[in-house]
Design a protein around this ligand. Structure first.
Ligand SMILES: Nc1ncnc2c1ncn2[C@@H]1O[C@H](COP(=O)(O)OP(=O)(O)OP(=O)(O)O)[C@@H](O)[C@H]1O
Length: 235
């Protein structure tokens, strides 16, 4: 059997200033094509776990593996181009939306790729928004639009695993549905692509995930397949 794409092996993350344990001996694996929900109340550790899984946060114990191999040193940039974390809050940047979308292509790891304005326009159109939006200043984009642009900025790079942290929290219901469909289409285009999804909406967790991992105080306290709707206490 093929190794999972991304594995956390007994990882522990402590706050270096206080020593407080934020993630406590968590193990989880993401296999090709999976759609995993991370659920738990505010402060349960969903964001810290996602950030730790892509080595954006330091892990003091345990290991992060990509396709069964520990990710070390010089492999980290390549790893982060395959496994991407999408934060809930998108920083406001100077310049146009298009400059924001183009910026990753200036990084060494993506230097062989080219910005594809038509692909971006098709996605924006599929979301029911004006395809001229990339010409406008990022500062003037609404919170929901900004979340969408951050999402497109990641998806255009064709990562293999994407960890979405409340990816539609600033979007209205209509845009949320369109973005969910766009992500599902993007994932269906390649059987390797996998997603990890957090949301406080059990309905959205149902729509977007097939397996859920429940966190509480930085620990995995439950795991289930299928539907979570109707179990509001779990999410
Ligand atoms: N960089 C950090 N340093 C110290 N503590 C942190 C850091 N980041 C998060 N925490 C703490 O870790 C705990 C888990 O936070 P986290 O953001 O992962 O929760 P969450 O489950 O994503 O919550 P929410 O659903 O509200 O987004 C919180 O108590 C938070 O204050």
């Amino acid at each position: 059997m093929a190794a999972p794409l991304l594995t956390a092996e007994q990882i522990t993350r402590r706050d270096s200033a206080t020593g407080r344990v934020l993630i406590d001996r968590v193990s989880m694996s993401i296999a090709a094509g999976e759609r995993i929900g991370l659920v738990g109340s505010s402060g349960a550790g969903k964001t810290v776990l996602m950030r730790s899984m892509v080595l954006l946060d330091p892990v003091q114990e345990g290991r992060i593996l990509w396709q069964g191999q520990p990710v070390v040193g010089s492999e980290v940039p390549g790893f982060r181009s395959r496994a991407m974390y999408l934060p809930q809050l998108v920083p406001v940047t100077d310049g146009t939306v298009e400059e924001f979308l183009r910026s990753p292509f200036e990084w060494k790891i993506h230097r062989d790729r080219r910005y594809d304005a038509d692909r971006i326009a098709a996605w924006i159109d599929a979301c029911g928004l004006n395809v001229d939006l990339p010409r406008g200043p990022m500062m003037q984009a609404s919170g929901g639009e900004r979340q969408l642009f951050a999402l497109l900025r990641a998806l255009q790079l064709d990562p293999i695993v994407v960890l979405f942290d409340e990816a539609t929290a600033s979007m209205d219901a209509e845009l949320t549905r369109r973005v969910e469909a766009m992500i599902s289409d993007w994932q269906a285009a390649d059987p390797q692509r996998s997603i990890v999804w957090t949301s406080h909406s059990s309905e959205q967790i149902d729509r977007m995930t097939d397996r859920q991992i429940q966190l509480q105080a930085g620990q995995v306290v439950g795991e289930r397949q299928g539907s979570v709707a109707g179990e509001a206490g779990n999410v």
